[in-house]
Design a protein around this ligand. Structure first.
Ligand code: GTP
Ligand code: MG
Length: 318
């Protein structure tokens, strides 16, 4: 409908839909940072739905995940990335490579820094690498609900001396404080152009992968020591049933029989608890009944299996 008609009939000017008349914008916004900085929490808040798993342990996210949101005339494609740290294992290298490639392809990069933690060694390395590549980034000091305002200003100052940040936001992914400002800035900063995804698409991740992530989240939350890092989860079967429910079979790969015993727990109690929590979460996400079946397999060398990387959407050869 041409805009001029608004003034000629009784429609008040406030009702003119700006979203329809302003040129559309679209682009990728990478969220990068040290492990545990709060990238996945922020992605979920920006999209308004839980897409990425979140745990108190570092190195939770293993591969890139898109979260797509519409803000007025802009479609913002957020890229959640694994934390960037000094890699040791093949999996670590693949994770860090996925994070940097996420940043490389993005129109805007947001560097998240845990304000309570300050500039740790991992963040320091990220700053160096951004400087080497002469990459501009938006700085988001996160977790401001945990720190006093005075210490924030000092940290923002110190970081601004080390990198090319424009501008700086102070946010809390957990409470949402400051997130609207960041979102508004990003929507305006993206290039003009057509939307890349259908208006109602939220992510690029297949449901099978998200379902495996939900179980992995429980492994991170419920198990300690090397288990979160020595295991991986894959959805092997997905069956939509005629009664509207879904039957999902997943395999948890571990490296040793002793790890299998821990995942199962005494009398199978642990795996039952992992399955119960994952199932409840899945039912909420999928809005349907879920029958979840978990199997634990010992695969000593899964960290060197090409197939496991493919399942995670990671490059094996990095
Ligand atoms: N207090 C507080 N905690 C937060 C905030 N954002 C995230 N967290 C917590 O920080 C921890 C890590 O959050 P994640 O979102 O998983 O962090 P991440 O950067 O995605 O971590 P990796 O995927 O391991 O790199 C979780 O316990 C979150 O609940 C925040 O704004 N305030
Ligand atoms: Mg994460």
């Amino acid at each position: 409908m041409p805009r001029s008609s608004a003034g000629q009939n009784s429609t008040p000017p406030e009702s003119v839909d700006q979203a329809q008349t302003a040129p559309t914008r679209c682009g990728y916004v990478a969220l990068i940072g040290a492990p545990n900085a709060g990238k996945s929490t922020l992605l979920n808040r920006l999209v308004g739905r839980k897409l990425a798993i979140v745990t108190p342990k570092p190195q939770t996210t293993r591969s890139r995940l898109l979260g797509i949101a519409v803000e007025g005339p802009a479609q913002i494609v957020y890229v959640d990335t694994p934390g960037i740290f000094a890699p040791r294992r093949r999996l670590d290298r693949a994770m860090v490579a996925a994070a940097w490639s996420g940043a490389q392809d993005a129109d805007e990069t947001v560097l998240l820094v845990d304000a309570a933690r300050g500039v740790d060694r991992d963040t320091h390395r990220i700053l160096e690498r951004l400087a080497e590549r002469r990459r501009r980034a938006i700085l988001a000091l996160n977790k401001i609900d945990l720190v006093r305002r005075e210490s924030l200003l000092g940290l923002a100052d110190a970081l601004s001396r080390q990198g090319r940040f424009d501008p700086v936001f102070m946010i809390s992914g957990r409470t949402g404080d400051g997130v609207d400002d960041l979102r508004g800035h990003l929507a305006a900063a993206l290039p003009q152009g057509p939307w890349l995804f259908p208006a109602d698409q939220l992510s690029d991740a297949p449901e099978r992968l998200i379902a495996a992530e939900v179980t992995r989240e429980q492994i991170f939350v419920q198990l300690r020591d090397e288990l979160p890092y020595g295991s991986t989860v894959e959805t092997e079967r997905w069956e939509d049933r005629t009664d509207g429910s879904v039957r999902i079979e997943q395999v948890i790969f571990v490296q040793r029989p002793s790890q299998r015993a821990i995942v199962l727990g005494e009398g199978g109690q642990r795996i039952k608890a992992i399955g119960a929590r994952a199932r409840a979460e899945l039912e909420q996400m999928l809005e349907r009944r879920v029958h979840l079946f978990l199997f634990v397999k010992v695969r000593e060398n899964w960290l060197e299996d090409r197939e496991r990387y493919a399942a995670l959407g990671l490059d094996y050869d990095v």
